[in-house]
Design a protein around this ligand. Structure first.
Ligand code: SF4
Length: 272
């Protein structure tokens, strides 16, 4: 059993049609229920929900504060490398962009760590492009050895890895991995990711399963809002989240902020 089995039980077009067929009554019913399922989620992200956005926001705030209290968790990204062997049509790090490439040395990582600690951050997110040869597991292990003593929580957003590689990184102190599917529209995924290992849709789709089996503390999911129909991509993200919580017993979260933005072409990344 893996998420791919679950995913294959749905088609993009049927899910999209189901979302757009929801009515205001479906939305009101979803708001009124004590607990909500995936059919309710479809109603809440449907066009029919637009007149009820204030009610949805109020319920969302209530549930969020009940679960987390009035807290906000802040973390800071530490970019270790902008080398990348993939072509992604939306990203400034893409292999085909002629930009200066840089991978931090151990001494440079320590300089960044000092600057981040000076600002008071306890949670760091390590970010790289996808360049397995230069920025692979050996590099990550060395980076974690350097960084681990300075932070209470270390997250990573790097290329998807094999289970045994995640196990090595967890042993070095890694707590959380963020892996964004970008879009669950399989045919268009290939259009946005034409070259490199990232063009393998299934390997990316199965990454949270490998993370769960490796025993990671927390898994982050997300899509790149704006690539495809955001309502349908949001549904598949919710489906993935629901599967992981049932099957890995791990807390999984969804990044709420990632959207496709028309940043200048020379900015490091054109998504937020
Ligand atoms: S999104 Fe990631 S994999 Fe794609 S080009 Fe940018 S850094 Fe590389």
């Amino acid at each position: 059993m893996s998420f791919e089995n679950v995913f294959r039980g749905y088609t993009w077009d049927e899910v999209k049609a189901g979302i757009y067929a929801k009515t205001e009554t479906d939305v009101r019913d979803a708001l009124a229920r004590k607990t909500r399922g995936l059919a309710d989620f479809m109603a809440l992200v449907s066009p029919a929900a637009m007149p009820l956005l204030n009610e949805i926001a109020a319920l969302s705030q209530l549930l969020t504060q009940r679960r987390f209290g009035k807290t906000i968790q802040l973390y800071v990204p530490l970019y270790l490398s902008n080398e990348c062997q993939n072509i992604c049509t939306y990203c400034g790090f893409s292999y085909n962009n002629k930009i200066k490439r840089k991978t931090l040395t151990g001494a440079e990582i320590l300089q960044e760590v000092a600057a981040i600690r000076e600002m008071g951050y306890e949670h760091v997110l390590l970010v790289t492009g996808e360049a397995q040869q230069t920025v692979g597991v050996d590099y990550f292990c060395k980076a974690l050895d350097i960084i681990r003593p300075y932070f209470a929580h270390i997250s990573m957003e790097v290329q998807p890895l094999d289970q045994d590689e995640y196990e090595q990184l967890i042993a070095k102190g890694l707590h959380t991995v963020l892996v964004y599917q970008e879009t669950y529209h399989e045919a268009d995924y290939k259009k946005h990711h034409p070259k490199g290992k990232k063009s393998n849709f299934e390997y990316r789709l199965e990454t949270p399963d490998r993370l769960g089996r490796a025993g990671i503390h927390k898994i982050g999911l997300g899509v790149l809002l704006g690539l495809e129909d955001w309502r349908t991509d949001s549904f598949f993200t919710a489906l993935h989240l629901s599967y992981l919580e049932k099957n890995t017993g791990k807390p999984a979260t969804v990044s709420p902020f990632r959207g496709f933005a028309p940043f200048p072409a020379d900015s490091p990344r054109r998504w937020i």
